[in-house]
Design a protein around this ligand. Sequence first.
Ligand SMILES: Nc1ncnc2c1ncn2[C@@H]1O[C@H](COP(=O)(O)OP(=O)(O)OP(=O)(O)O)[C@@H](O)[C@H]1O
Length: 251
Amino acid sequence: MTTRNALELKGVKKNFGRAEIIRGLNLEVHEHERHVIIGPNGAGKSTMFNLISGRMKVSDGSIKLFGNDIHNLPAHKVNRMGLSRSFQVTNLFQNMTVMENLRCSLLWSEGHKYAFWKSVMGQQAVTDRAYELAERLNLTEQAEIPASLLTYAQQRSLEIGCTVASGAKVILLDEPTAGMSRTEANDVIQLIQRMTGENTLVVVEHDLSVVFELADRISVLVYGEIIATGTPEEIRNNAAVQEAYLGTEVH
Ligand SMILES: Nc1ncnc2c1ncn2[C@@H]1O[C@H](COP(=O)(O)OP(=O)(O)OP(=O)(O)O)[C@@H](O)[C@H]1O
């Protein structure tokens, strides 16, 4: 069986003025995999996400989503083609309840933006689906309270739930456990595993314990280039990776 690429970057470059920050980056993310990007500070991880999600234009090279060129398309078009970036709880409607946030995202996936009155799914079907999602998010008890009253970890969970509900096939996650206690981080990792089975996930993460728990494959970005891609085991044992980045940390 051949593996389909959800995302494919070829020779991607990005300059800021004369500084070349992304220097001919090649990356293949398989459909349905959880692919984690690691790399030292300033390696270009955020810039890479900005290029993939359409927030920045590439200087050279190509980015394909399920075989279709997306480089240099505006962010909202990339989003409509099935790629979503989930990185901030500020993506939530803070004054709306958990259920309302989920309903909003479900309606968005139907192409109705926020025009509730036009729902083709039917109000009851949307509500049922939203409850189902709230359950998977462990937020049934909080279903009717405003997002602003949730804990930080619950807000991040809801944000991930809304991204899934909005119909994204490929989800970019920026440091999903940043700022959380170990227990909260474990909950969010489990949630990501539960919520994203059908999706393809690309995660930027610094915490190596999270990386090795979550990743099907890992790519290592150093100075704007991917120096290695492989299973967690392969990355642990890769001499170039150990030298360039991981050092003794993995042992
Ligand atoms: N808009 C910009 N203009 C100029 N330089 C930029 C811009 N955005 C990022 N850079 C530079 O590009 C380099 C890579 O930054 P980036 O934020 O992508 O790295 P990162 O791997 O995400 O780092 P961190 O792990 O610290 O978040 C840095 O040297 C940064 O200063």
